[in-house]
Design a protein around this ligand. Structure first.
Ligand SMILES: NC(=O)c1ccc[n+]([C@@H]2O[C@H](COP(=O)([O-])OP(=O)(O)OC[C@H]3O[C@@H](n4cnc5c(N)ncnc54)[C@H](OP(=O)(O)O)[C@@H]3O)[C@@H](O)[C@H]2O)c1
Length: 284
């Protein structure tokens, strides 16, 4: 890694507000990279998109709700990030592909994909699980990742450069009662990431999977929308060996690393950000 040039060093001394961002971009392994992030308007996707932009990447944001998406985009632009967006439902194949086309028109070839959009579905015993909800969770959490990879991976392979990251869950590794569609979809997305990783590995393209544990996002807090946020944090934190739930920024740190060149020999991995949950022994 090249050292910061003298004039640049001097500029940073004179403008300390710029020092953090410029230095961070130089060592991030992300500078100038074009990364598309799905589920980028809130939670994990938004925190990761903002961190990627602070580290010098050009980020393209995708989610359904346009006002929320534009608000997230404006916030990143307001911090000086290179950012653009397109509203799309990833469960709609043509809408998803159009958003990828739009990203390429805007920023050029895609070097990084964070396929993160996801839905929890509904809680119900398997015998009563609604067929349509099952299909819809699978389309959102699994088929969409396949469609995005199918569209983006060949270009990465031909350019011999790229990193794909998918968002799994502890439900990628463990069973869970009354949540059949989510568990099946998150097991599937880990399998898809591993299959793609082995196929892409000879071409210098990496594919990994992050497994969030209990991360404070709208999705997690909606588990009990009537609870006071601090009460819910405390309650959920009791089940975590580290004694607290995680933040979206803690997940974003890993996501940025895996999407960057700093992780250049890491592929086909699933890594949890869960405060130790996956390492515990459960008796039931
Ligand atoms: N938070 C946790 O503890 C946790 C744990 C395990 C796994 N995860 C996984 O982490 C990922 C991100 O979730 P989060 O916790 O950050 O939740 P979140 O804050 O609710 O964010 C979900 C994001 O995905 C977007 N989205 C949802 N459905 C979409 C669709 N069909 N098409 C396009 N965008 C869609 C949402 O925006 P719109 O609604 O506007 O589309 C939003 O930007 C998910 O895959 C989730 O399964 C989270």
């Amino acid at each position: 890694m090249q050292d910061i040039q003298n004039d640049e060093r001097q500029a940073l001394v004179e403008r300390p507000d710029q020092r953090g961002a410029a230095a961070e971009a130089r060592v991030s392994g992300l500078e100038g990279r074009h990364v598309l992030v799905t589920g980028a308007s809130t939670g994990i996707g938004r925190a990761t998109a903002a961190m990627l932009a602070r580290r010098g990447a050009k980020v393209f944001l995708v989610a359904r709700n346009e006002p929320r998406l534009k608000q997230a985009t404006a916030a990143i632009a307001g911090e000086g990030g290179a950012v653009a967006c397109a509203a799309a439902d990833v469960a709609d194949r043509s809408g998803l592909i159009e958003s990828i086309d739009a990203a390429e028109r805007h920023f050029g070839a895609i070097d990084g994909l964070f396929a993160n959009a996801g839905t929890g579905g509904k809680f119900a015993p398997l015998g009563e699980y609604d067929d349509e909800v099952f299909e819809s969770v699978l389309r959102t959490n699994l088929s969409s990742v396949f469609w995005a990879m199918k569209r983006i991976l060949p270009g990465m392979i031909s350019r011999k450069r790229g990193s794909i990251l998918v968002t799994g869950s502890l439900a990628s590794e463990r069973g869970m009662a009354n949540n059949a569609a989510y568990v099946a979809s998150k097991h599937g997305v880990l399998g898809l990431a591993r299959a793609a990783a082995i196929e892409a590995a000879p071409h210098n393209v990496r594919v990994n999977c992050v497994l969030p544990g209990l991360i404070e996002t709208p999705m997690l807090m909606q588990l009990d929308p009537n609870a006071a946020p601090q009460k819910l944090r405390d309650l959920l934190g009791k089940g975590v060996p580290m004694g607290r739930i995680g933040t979206a920024e803690e997940l974003a740190q890993l996501a940025c690393f895996l999407l960057s060149d700093l992780a250049s020999h890491i592929t086909a991995q699933s890594i949890a950000v869960d405060g130790g949950i996956l390492g515990t022994h459960t008796t039931r």
